[in-house]
Design a protein around this ligand. Sequence first.
Ligand code: AHG
Ligand code: MN
Ligand code: MN
Ligand code: MN
Length: 330
Amino acid sequence: MNSDLVTLARHSIALQKENPEASGDFTLLMASIQLGCKFVASNVRKAGLANLTGLAGCKNITGDDQKKLDLIADDVFVNSLKSSGKVSVLVSEEREEAIIIEGEQSGNYAVVFDPLDGSSNIDCGVSIGTIFGIYRSDRPSYSNKDVLRPGREMVAAGYALYGSSTQLVVSYGKGVHCYTLDPSLGEFILTQENIVIPERATIYSVNEGNSSLWDKQTCAFVLSRKSPLKGRKPYSLRYIGSMVADIHRTLLYGGVFLYPRDSKNPAGKLRLLYECFPMAFLIEAAGGRATDGKDNILDIIPTSIHQRSPICIGSRLDVSELATLYMEMD
Ligand code: AHG
Ligand code: MN
Ligand code: MN
Ligand code: MN
């Protein structure tokens, strides 16, 4: 029986000790994120019973049909983050404009988040998640400028996975750690420390339904996974359709996840600020790589809060082979 429970708060405080500017503010901010994840987890689990499945009847700024749980999750995270008193700017997938918090209730962090990722999978019970990224602004400008920064400037990022258990995977800049919710305690307990992604694995993850629209580099890359150079095993295709679930498998088992540009969507589908940046931050901290084909995802400077980016992310050797194809094939 484990009687030495390392909660997320205890673990993140211990890790922050190495960084002098750490204050209790970050811990309180993480507490508000944990609260949001616990609330969403409990509502995802009872969605079918509490008439929480299905559409809300409206679209968000990026054209997604919003599900009821998208909006509930969004409200909970906005309220929880606002009441932490540690945030000056909030960006949510579900809100066209950033939320600016000034005065008493403001703080030195800016949080970008996807309150519910993979929401097309809610009604069929497939794993979904929440994604977040955190910037620190010592002198906030109380504008989008506080978040229109390269992902490399984030101080932390993570995701919650509402699957067979509720897991929170977080990096505070160095190392990637997994915490599992103990529902009887209401606490996220450290279950995996310093996760390292395999440098190669024979799994590729992409929506092959778009293959007729891909550019030649993506076609060549995916073909080289299916019919590899002699002496190498063909890869298996695994695609869940929730970025959080696909990335969690990639982090633990290795391989490569792609949502490439195509002739219909020249910037791909996934949103840079609150999907690509946090996942790239985590995967790089675990020893992997994330590119849009030409640049490392984390070096891109966003110009708008909902802009999209193509992404290829995962095991360092696999992702580097796609980057090489973009360099060699013009
Ligand atoms: P969201 O539910 O937050 O809008 O994100 C959905 C995204 C992502 O979770 C997933 O990787 C991708 O959509 C799947 O897109 P396709 O259905 O086009 O493959
Ligand atoms: Mn959506
Ligand atoms: Mn998403
Ligand atoms: Mn979403």
